[in-house]
Design a protein around this ligand. Structure first.
Ligand code: ADP
Length: 161
């Protein structure tokens, strides 16, 4: 059984996330989407909602589990028996940080390999921050987030508008 973890903030889930997770689900027997809940960080969507949005948008993929976590990714991999961490790479700007994290995780848990998937070209520019910025200024985010959760995301981001 080859299990991979796709970690991230997912604040909120975007089509870029969906694309990476879907592709990972074709490569591994099981994919655990780990929703990071760092108490020092401020999120627009709370932990439960980020998990719910992912569950809803990924419901068409059978071998997925969505969980939240707040400790070390290397420990989560150990607990979940996952030998792989899958991350998406958008641009050179992602690279330095991801390289550092991959090497750190390898030191903390030598049994885990980090695998990088290149972003699909159409999502190269896409991030959760972009979605929040566009929505804040009244823009259309329907091309950026999964259709099944568009209205849930708009409800939060367009609150009070
Ligand atoms: P962000 O806040 O930058 O959107 P997250 O921390 O939620 O991202 O990212 C979770 C994972 O998804 C990371 O591996 C990140 O590199 C990847 N990812 C995010 N957006 C994209 C995208 N548009 N294309 C490919 N991978 C992406």
């Amino acid at each position: 059984m080859r299990t991979a973890i796709c970690p991230g903030s997912f604040d909120p889930v975007t089509l870029g996330h969906y694309d990476i997770i879907k592709r990972a689900s074709n490569m591994f027997d099981k994919v655990i989407v780990g929703v990071l809940n760092n108490s020092a960080k401020k999120y627009v969507f709370d932990k439960d909602m980020r998990v719910e949005l992912l569950k809803k948008s990924l419901s068409d993929i059978p071998n997925i589990e969505v969980i939240s976590f707040d400790g070390l990714l290397a420990d989560l991999a150990n607990i979940k028996n996952a030998a792989f961490i899958v991350k998406g790479l958008r641009a050179l700007s992602d690279f330095e940080y991801e390289f550092q994290m991959a090497l750190t995780n390898k030191k903390l848990n030598p049994d885990v390999e980090t695998v990088f998937l290149t972003t699909s070209a159409e999502y190269m520019f896409l991030s959760s921050s972009i979605v929040k910025d566009v929505a804040k200024h009244g823009g259309d985010i329907s091309k950026f987030v999964p259709k099944s959760v568009l209205s849930d995301i708009e409800r939060v981001l367009c609150r009070g508008k």
